[in-house]
Design a protein around this ligand. Structure first.
Ligand SMILES: Cc1cc2nc3c(=O)[nH]c(=O)nc-3n(C[C@H](O)[C@H](O)[C@H](O)COP(=O)(O)OP(=O)(O)OC[C@H]3O[C@@H](n4cnc5c(N)ncnc54)[C@H](O)[C@@H]3O)c2cc1C
Length: 298
């Protein structure tokens, strides 16, 4: 199928983009990498009157370090997140999570902002943003808002960005001595995850600090699991204790069911993914696995 007819606008600045969004409101859709929007347009699952193509906004395409934070423009392509030297050095878990998105051709076109604004519950970048405690900037007619990643994702395909707003930037705190693991289970390489987990912590005097455990693909948004984070943080984690963190992560979890997985199966997958991600982090701490060997797939 082909998309329903729409008017096409290609703004040359953020101001022009915001003016177009203000003028057309609900009628307008922003086009970034098009990897989620184009299929929806082609299948006529969305029929906007106006498409606002932001690909000309070079001012939204950057990766910069400012002090102890990494600033990433919303139009930065996903492939840059996997390859950029600063990201691999300062927040390597982001590069690893990005590598699990679809296929290379999708990551060449897809943007970080598009993935976050699309808010697919099984997507890797929203989960990574929650694990990294990122802050997102959204600009609109009345100025800019800063939103914590965990608050930005409000449900399946539902993010805290209004039709007259533009997601412009992501800011990620850089933390030293971090160990991590990213694991997901997919039916075929490149598919969306049936269930996935990101585990992240810092090593302070042989103990794990600031543990973060995020599940994705299991509920309607990425999920930080406090009991698992507490279990991760309280100890100098060993292989044997990873199972306890995984059990805490899925205790009481109400997964959704679909054609591919029952709720119980998904819960079991989530448990296994957390355990494997913990074991990756333990291996990283013990120097048995470097970042480059973190494949991430189940
Ligand atoms: C075959 C296939 C497999 C895929 N597999 C995966 C996968 O495994 N994991 C995964 O995470 N994703 C996957 N994707 C989706 C891919 O990551 C998309 O790139 C991403 O979801 C959307 O990014 P985009 O830049 O292409 O945005 P677009 O498709 O252009 O836009 C997506 C949505 O976000 C809005 N939007 C875009 N940019 C902004 C902005 N700056 N401010 C406000 N709203 C904005 C658009 O209006 C639209 O509603 C897959 C896609 C395909 C086609």
């Amino acid at each position: 199928m082909k998309p329903a007819p729409f008017e096409y606008i290609a703004p040359e600045s953020i101001e022009q983009a915001l003016a177009a969004l203000a003028q057309y409101g609900d009628e307008a859709k922003i086009l970034a990498g098009g990897q989620s929007l184009m299929p929806l347009l082609n299948m006529r699952l969305t029929t906007p009157g106006v498409v606002v193509d932001i690909n000309g906004l070079d001012e939204l395409n950057y990766i910069r370090q400012q002090g102890e934070r990494l600033h990433i423009g919303a139009l930065t392509r996903q492939y840059r997140l996997e390859r950029d030297a600063r990201i691999r050095q300062t927040v390597p878990v982001l590069a690893a999570a990005t590598r699990l998105i679809g296929h290379p051709s999708i990551r060449y076109a897809g943007t970080i902002g598009g993935s976050l604004a699309h808010a697919d519950p099984a997507a890797e970048l929203p989960a990574a943003m929650c694990a990294l405690e990122a802050e997102l900037t959204v600009v609109g007619p009345s100025g800019s808002r800063a939103i914590q990643a965990v608050d930005f994702f409000q449900g399946a395909l539902n993010a805290d960005v209004r039709p007259d707003e533009l997601l412009t930037e992501v800011r990620i705190p850089i933390r030293k001595n971090a160990v991590w693991g990213v694991r997901e289970y997919t039916r075929r390489a490149g598919d969306f995850a049936l269930a996935g987990a990101i585990v992240l912590a810092e090593i302070e005097a042989d103990r794990w600090a600031n543990g973060r455990v995020v599940l994705f693909g299991v509920e309607d948004r990425p999920l930080r699991v406090s009991p698992a984070e507490a279990a991760l943080t309280q100890q100098a984690l060993s292989d044997g204790q990873a199972a306890g963190v995984a059990a805490a992560a899925v205790n009481g979890l109400a997964c959704h069911a679909d054609l591919h997985a029952s709720a119980e199966y998904r819960k079991q997958l989530a448990r296994v993914m957390v355990k494997r991600a913990c074991l990756d982090a333990v291996a990283m701490r013990d120097g048995k696995k470097g970042q480059e060997n973190m494949t991430g797939s189940a």
